[in-house]
Design a protein. Structure first.
Length: 137
């Protein structure tokens, strides 16, 4: 796939390219072309989220006994990554945005399930904060 989708880059990203918006002189439009979903910051953050969820489950013995919660939180966390990738692969801005919202909804589901884990003393407040304060994509 050599096609690319326009997205706004990180402001200090080295590959960020500027273009001017037609009919609006002196208004830079910072867009860059991505060719792989792995370049998308939302996907990168989703990957970090997945790893943090697996890490806290492994680190907490009591958590391991709540199979239903483990399955739900892992499924929600894991779904954040492929939704970004699938939306990117659709090659339509409208569909890409739709899949980003689905991914964001899955991340919200993870956060809600983390409250359950916190309330059941499966995780500490510090572990909760470490995951909950991740950038919201």
């Amino acid at each position: 796939m050599n096609e690319s989708v326009n997205v706004r880059p990180l402001t200090n990203h080295p590959s960020a390219k500027q273009a001017t918006v037609p009919n609006k002189p002196n208004k830079p439009n910072k867009l860059m072309k991505l060719t792989r979903f792995e370049e998308i910051q939302a996907w990168q953050e989703a990957r970090i989220l997945v790893n943090l969820i697996y890490e806290i489950i492994r680190a907490n013995g009591n958590f391991n006994n709540d199979f239903r919660l483990i399955n739900q939180i892992q499924a929600a966390a894991v779904s954040t990554m492929p939704n970004v990738a699938e939306g990117f692969a659709r090659r339509s801005n409208k569909e890409f945005i739709q899949f980003l919202f689905i991914s964001k909804s899955s991340a919200a589901e993870v956060q809600s399930q983390l409250y359950v884990a916190l309330d059941q003393n499966y995780i500490t407040q510090q572990q909760f904060d470490k995951i909950s304060t991740r950038p919201k994509q």
